[in-house]
Design a binder for this molecule. Structure first.
Ligand SMILES: NC(=O)c1ccc[n+]([C@@H]2O[C@H](COP(=O)([O-])OP(=O)(O)OC[C@H]3O[C@@H](n4cnc5c(N)ncnc54)[C@H](O)[C@@H]3O)[C@@H](O)[C@H]2O)c1
Length: 426
């Protein structure tokens, strides 16, 4: 009896041990299966020969998402950091769907002004370069909320630079603006067009709004810092046009508002293959960008457009400006990355070098959308230049970059196609 009992006890204990081993085995297997190191070893934390890992700040935004797409297409490894304050998670999802392979793209929801978070991101990832796009970027808004702009642009750039210094990341492509030149007296705008001037004995900075000033300060910080080490820095400035509201505005603003709501012509277009587009938050529409106003008018969201000034000394009497397609712009960034060299600071204006009149733009917009947008032609306002455009010869010579998407109507058509299929954004 005792013998039988002890046999039974032994076999039960054996079964328990077997089951325990089985459960433990399952747990280990499941852990392995679902641990990131099993599904995808964290490739973002390792350098890989022949793979350049780029941190794209603001990669959920208009330009940043297009830049991330191009980098991914060119086989770069991309980490997007964005706080989604203005960008679209939808854009990130589009990219994730296109590039699902391990080690291609990761998205980190974080604020680049949060030094602790940024430091952690740099500690956990091995970046080879940073493309810093994250910023608030509306001239009119900057005049109303200057502190926000200095904080978000200048101070956040400092945080990014400090993290780069601490973690030995040596290449920075900085997205700046020709708003840093203020109101240049001579056209075209060249890289050596002054950003500051002496008035008697005082040095005056020329940018005329907090957006331009904040970007100029960020540039200065980057340049000063790069002088102390072997960083490779490329600063790309986009053509900026002052006070656009004074000669092209959507009809739903009163003139009083226009007096301090600055808008600027700038980047237009979207991904030619229709994967990405420009989708600013509805509340930002009033600060408007040129193609946004045009599409809103075409969709009937605003009643029409006002063009101010028809008697300038230009071919058709309206002001002439320089427009850059986002695809070209992103190409300039990628070329800058490829040409970045230690101890070199490259500063480039990115524009077509060719001016287009406001009337031409409006006509192109009408043709691209197929909508007879209502346009009011009004008297000009004081202080607008007849023509504003950049001289892109330096970037052509040094980076072998020239704008390819210079057909205004075609750029607008591509962007309109995306707009029509994404009436509520992403
Ligand atoms: N669009 C233009 O016409 C233009 C012209 C000249 C320069 N730029 C510059 O290009 C860059 C991108 O502009 P955009 O037109 O794509 O703007 P956007 O608003 O579409 O994108 C900016 C992105 O940065 C993110 N962001 C903002 N603050 C952040 C923060 N603190 N932390 C993390 N993410 C943050 C936003 O969520 C957004 O996704 C900006 O630096 C802007 O100054 C734009």
């Amino acid at each position: 009896m005792d013998f039988l009992d002890s046999r039974r006890k032994c076999s039960s204990a054996g079964k328990v041990i077997v089951v325990a081993f089985f459960i433990a085995g399952c747990v280990v297997m499941l852990r392995q299966m679902y641990s990131p190191s099993y599904t995808s070893p964290n490739l973002f934390s390792q350098h890989e020969l022949g793979v350049t890992h780029v941190l794209v700040t603001g990669g959920a935004g208009y330009i940043g998402s297009h830049a991330a797409l191009r980098l991914l297409k060119d086989s770069y490894r991309v980490t997007i950091v964005d706080n989604l304050s203005r960008g679209n998670l939808g854009a990130v999802k589009v990219l994730q769907e296109r590039f699902p392979e391990p080690g291609r793209l990761q998205f980190i929801h974080a604020d680049v002004g949060d030094a602790k978070a940024v430091n952690k991101i740099f500690a956990e990832n091995t970046f080879d370069a940073v493309m810093h796009f994250a910023a608030v970027a509306y001239v009119g808004e900057s005049t109303m909320e200057p502190l926000r702009y200095y904080h978000n642009i200048t101070s956040n750039t400092l945080v990014v630079l400090e993290a780069m210094a601490a973690h030995n990341v040596k290449t920075l492509i900085y997205s700046s603006t020709c708003a840093t030149y203020g109101e240049p007296v001579k056209m075209p705008i060249r890289e050596e067009t002054p950003q500051a001037s002496f008035c008697f004995t005082q040095l005056l900075f020329l940018p005329i709004n907090p957006y331009g000033k904040a970007k100029k300060m960020a540039e200065d910080i980057i340049i000063d810092f790069s002088n102390t080490n072997d960083m490779a820095v490329m600063i790309l400035r986009r053509v900026f046009h002052r006070n656009v509201s004074s000669f092209f505005s959507s009809s739903h603003h009163s003139d009083t508002n226009d007096a301090y709501v600055y808008r600027y012509f700038n980047v237009i277009g979207s991904d030619p293959e229709g994967r990405l587009g420009e989708a600013p938050r509805p509340e930002l529409r009033e600060h408007g960008r040129i193609s946004g106003a045009c599409f809103d008018a075409a969709r009937g969201i605003i009643p029409g457009l006002k063009v101010k000034g028809t008697d300038y000394k230009t071919a058709d009497g309206t002001c002439v400006r320089d427009y850059i397609d986002v695809t070209d712009l992103v190409d300039a960034h990628v070329k800058a990355l490829a040409h970045a060299k230690p101890r070199k600071v490259g500063i480039y204006n990115v524009g077509t070098g060719k001016g287009r009149s406001v009337k031409e733009f409006v006509d192109a917009c009408k043709k691209a959308t197929g909508v007879e947008i209502k346009v009011e032609y009004l008297d000009r306002r004081q202080g607008d230049y007849a023509e504003v455009f950049s001289d892109p010869s330096k970037i052509k010579q040094e980076l072998n970059w020239t704008a390819q998407y210079t057909d205004l109507q075609e750029s607008l058509k591509i962007a309109w196609k995306w707009q029509k299929s994404h009436l509520n954004g992403y």
